[in-house]
Design a protein around this ligand. Structure first.
Ligand SMILES: NC(=O)c1ccc[n+]([C@@H]2O[C@H](COP(=O)([O-])OP(=O)(O)OC[C@H]3O[C@@H](n4cnc5c(N)ncnc54)[C@H](OP(=O)(O)O)[C@@H]3O)[C@@H](O)[C@H]2O)c1
Length: 207
């Protein structure tokens, strides 16, 4: 899709989201959303809230998510538990199903040829200590998006950006990724622009 697009950016106030917002704001109309301090307040884990937000701000040309949380925890601290009690629950409900539900609900408000861009992360294929929850949800998100790309109607597209460690990430999180390359926000934002403007679908862009 060429020209100026009306975009919902969920997670706009974060390290990744700020870089994407900065890169896109001059050429597109970007509506920001986050848990706080944004045009629209939304919690991805609240499915009804997500559906209501989309109905309120639609129609849209694109939905981008740079949001989603999961716990870091060494495996020794993870016990078998039901989803409600599991360390894995946050990642599955928030980062995985939050983005999945955002994408599913977006179909109702995206114009023909519109796009959905979600965010995974390098742990989908590069494990880190304490990162099993992130690896689980990032891998699942990438494979889910590749599968649904084949079924989306009306020329709708879906892609996932998988960043390495982004410059500006707080020190404690950086420390969890020893030996990983830091990439600039500007470079990461290019991947989101490519998903938005190049016509690709079913792709995972690793940057
Ligand atoms: N930073 C990196 O190096 C890096 C690398 C690879 C992948 N990632 C992934 O990229 C995503 C963003 O990372 P980040 O470093 O930018 O995180 P961040 O700085 O903590 O920002 C997260 C953003 O998402 C919003 N958010 C968080 N949970 C949300 C929810 N349930 N519903 C709606 N909005 C929510 C936050 O809103 P508030 O500010 O209002 O809380 C904020 O705008 C994460 O999923 C992370 O795993 C990050």
């Amino acid at each position: 899709m060429s020209g100026r697009q009306r975009i919902l950016l969920v997670g706009a106030s974060g390290v990744v989201g700020r870089a994407v917002h900065e890169a896109l704001r001059s050429s597109h109309e970007v509506l920001t959303a986050a848990l706080a301090d944004a045009d629209e307040i939304v919690d991805l884990a609240d499915t009804q809230g997500v559906v209501a937000l989309l109905a309120r701000v639609g129609p849209l040309d694109a939905v981008i998510s740079t949001a989603g949380r999961a716990h870091f925890r060494p495996l020794a601290g993870i016990e078998a538990a039901s989803l409600d009690d599991s360390v894995y629950g946050l990642g599955l409900r928030d980062k995985l199903m939050g983005q999945v539900n955002l994408a599913l609900a977006a179909r109702a408000v995206l114009r023909d040829g519109g796009s959905i861009t979600l965010t995974s992360g390098t742990t989908s294929d590069e494990p880190i200590l304490g990162g099993s929850s992130l690896s689980m949800v990032n891998g699942a998100l990438e494979h889910w998006a590749q599968a649904v790309a084949t079924e989306l109607p009306r020329g709708l597209r879906i892609n996932v950006v998988s960043p390495s460690l982004v410059e500006g990430t707080p020190v404690p999180a950086v420390a969890a990724f020893p030996g990983f390359e830091l990439v600039s926000g500007e470079r990461v934002a290019l991947a989101y622009r490519r998903c938005l403007e190049s016509g690709i679908t079913g792709r995972v862009i690793r940057i």
